[in-house]
Design a protein around this ligand. Sequence first.
Ligand code: SAH
Ligand code: SF4
Length: 382
Amino acid sequence: MTANLLDYDLEGLAVFCERLGEKRFRAVQLFRWIHQKGASNFDEMSDLAKSLREKLKVVAYVKALDVISQHISADGTIKWLFDVGAGDAVEAVFIPEDDRGTLCISSQAGCAVGCRFCSTGHQGFSRNLKTGEIVAQLWFAEHFLRKHLHRDERVISNVVMMGMGEPLQNYSELVPALRVMLDDHGYGLSRRRVTVSTSGVVPMMDRLAQDCPVALAVSLHAPDDALRDNLVPLNKKYPIAELLEACNRYLAYAPRDFITFEYCMLDGVNDQAEHAHQLVNLVRKYSSGGVWCKFNLIPFNPFPASGLLRSAPEQVKAFAKILSDAGIVTTIRKTRGDDIDAACGQLAGDVKDRTGINQRIARQRTVMLKPVTSFNTDVKEA
Ligand code: SAH
Ligand code: SF4
């Protein structure tokens, strides 16, 4: 059996090397070649003994995902659609900003949570991604961008697990992937710059705090259980009180001293002044002294099957003001990549459309690629 080396964190690779009768430190060299230099061909790995390279060629390979399409938005956002086999596809989105380059990554093909306002949720669940398939999105994007932008140093400074899927429902594959991102011999990202976003899988939040505490974003979307049950069905299993208690527990281990609550603004559904006041009370009730959360209001990105509408900008601003006036740091998310359907919740990947996949792939491949003319992705440490 041959192994895809993208599936291993450094410890896993060390065990792999030991099984081949090699010293563990060989794994560090191998890991650096793969993740820091983007090498996939063992012959490139010049400081590894020829005998080891020959052995590796027999038992291992480094394989990323096939790219079905690449779309570049007028604002510099890039969306890739990756083929994960059997008619499934997942998406990753690169968002360049003045002071950072953020990659939004998928953790599953589809999603079982089924939130009403999310197009991934509407498609249903297909399967969990393997560690190597999660890592492959970063591996491909980082090394593609370096080449494309003629950069020697790191382009992606932040990773957010906010693409398709519920990362905490794919826990065992997620954690090694996070370790690859954090490892100094891998991508060397700081814990504060890797964010797991969850709809609230409470037991796994506790495990993440122990196993690999990175920044946490929690998709709240409603101030009370009746409304949240309706928008995020997982709330019936882990209601708001349990979720907020888990957030407080997580904070003891988190790399930041706050949790980010994401709140998708849905016209007439969860965007009224009374909802904002209820949120203020909720946050106060669970605050164990001082500020412990921030709110990120996301303008809803509509899709036909949802039957929902985006809140008016004035409504979003008024809502934000109520939270800010109560002392809660609140931001309104800029929508990026609108013209290429790369915004939150628009990541579809056509999981359900198994029969149509070939037509879709053909369609996507004919999309004209616009050349990237200017990006400012200088990475400054926060
Ligand atoms: N499953 C995880 C992470 C992926 S979704 C989670 O739910 O947190 C990432 C974010 O996009 C979540 O906050 C989600 O609520 C938001 N989102 C989903 N659909 C959206 C839509 N149509 N418009 C705006 N935001 C959306
Ligand atoms: Fe799944 Fe997140 Fe979409 Fe809900 S919002 S269906 S949890 S991907």
